[in-house]
Design a protein around this ligand. Structure first.
Ligand code: NAD
Length: 363
């Protein structure tokens, strides 16, 4: 029986407490410390979990008897904190986005590799049973050839001061798009506007162009009255709509397509045929993605595995965000994605325990 993994969480604002709650529920994990410079946040955490030690000083975590550190601070702190954690010999989990630049991500990946430590990034949606199901359906060919993906992630707030809406909300959609496409785009363009905080875009539209005429659009907004978390996956035979706000019907598969007649002699004979068929709602086991993500981090440490959302995956997302920022500054110009040496497919295969029977849609 392997020993428990001793963990400290730094950053107890909005998201850190969710990580702490899930880590505490894992039998193989011992949440020993929570850390925040804000004494009120620390007091809140100590009231919730009096048995967990609290500190305002990150060095206490670095010098403490911990196996791992979970970083849930604002993005500008990710790189310096992760670097210190890895140098102190701790397995490291960094919330999304991994860091502020590709150069920072590369340094962290190399350091984790040298130190023989697990480096994982909090791309939570890649632990969502709905997203895994969509990947499975697409890989089994049930929607035909994937043509394009469109994503919308909108609501009122939460406004960030140091990153724009693309670095905040689009990060989730980019990670899902890369996971499904399993390749990097060839070019990125992005437009956006700052309506509330000067210089911080609160609405943006990202266009990712992939090989073989495939594409993805990602619309992100902190300035919308309705909470929308929706993605559409358009295939040559069927289409999938993923509504993350829906409780029980997160995925709907539409038997809908447009067909062009194979032969026609005159323009008058040419007619598109629109096919409207059944709508199918596959069963998805309800499980909190963050719980699965935290369990995966602990499993990777105990079993010496590379996480599904490894440093390399975190870097791919940051690379797109960096290029999106370049494009934003130049009115949405298309920026090519440079090839990287290490590129070898994005994601490690699903863990065997997670592979379920594929969803087959009636032909
Ligand atoms: N995976 C997800 O779905 C998800 C959702 C929300 C936020 N996030 C990510 O979580 C991270 C935190 O976001 P948030 O919304 O919780 O931010 P937040 O501002 O609400 O909380 C950050 C906390 O970090 C603390 N902090 C800042 N500097 C510190 C330091 N040097 N030492 C110790 N504590 C320090 C602050 O006092 C604050 O309490 C971000 O990277 C964000 O992108 C992820």
């Amino acid at each position: 029986m392997k020993k428990q993994v001793n963990v400290g969480v730094v950053g107890c604002g909005y998201w850190g407490p969710n990580l702490a709650r899930n880590l505490r529920q894992i039998p193989e994990c011992n949440l020993r410390y929570v850390c925040d410079t804000n004494p009120e946040r620390l007091l809140h955490m100590r009231r919730l979990y009096p048995e967990v030690e609290g500190t305002q000083n990150f060095d206490t975590l670095l010098n403490g008897a911990l196996d791992a550190i979970v970083i849930a601070t604002p993005v500008r702190f990710h790189y310096p904190m992760a670097k210190s954690a890895l140098l102190a010999g701790k397995h490291t989990f960094i919330e999304k986005p991994m860091a502020c630049s590709v150069a920072e991500c590369e340094e962290l990946i190399e350091l984790a590799h040298k130190q023989g430590l697990v480096l994982m990034v909090g791309h939570t949606f890649l632990y969502s049973p709905a997203v895994l199901k969509i990947k499975e359906i697409i890989e089994w060919g049930d929607i035909g050839e994937l043509r394009y993906i469109s994503a919308r992630r909108l609501n009122l707030g939460l406004f960030q001061k140091d990153i724009n809406v693309t670095w905040d909300l689009a990060t989730h959609d980019i990670s899902i798009v890369l996971y499904i496409m399993d390749e990097m785009p060839v070019s990125v363009s992005c437009r956006g506007d700052a309506h509330v905080t000067p210089g911080v875009e609160d609405v943006s539209t990202l266009y990712l162009s992939f090989r073989k005429n495939k594409a993805a659009t990602v619309h992100s907004s902190w300035l919308d009255p309705k909470k929308v978390r929706e993605m559409t996956f358009v295939g040559s035979r069927r289409m999938i709509v993923y509504d993350d706000v829906s409780l029980h019907e997160k995925i709907k598969i539409y038997d809908a397509r447009v067909e062009v007649p194979p032969h026609y002699d005159t323009f008058a004979e040419f007619q598109y045929s629109y096919h409207y068929g059944d709508v199918y709602i596959p069963y998805i086991k309800q499980d909190e993605p963050l719980k699965l993500e935290c369990q995966h981090f602990i499993d990777c440490i105990r079993e010496g595995k590379t996480p599904r959302t490894s440093g390399e995956n975190g870097l791919q997302v940051v690379q797109i965000l960096e290029l999106a920022t370049q494009s934003l500054k130049h009115n949405g110009v298309s920026v090519p994605v440079p090839e990287r040496r290490q590129w070898a497919g994005l994601h490690s295969p699903l863990l065997s325990t997670e592979v379920s029977e594929p969803t087959r849609v009636a032909a």
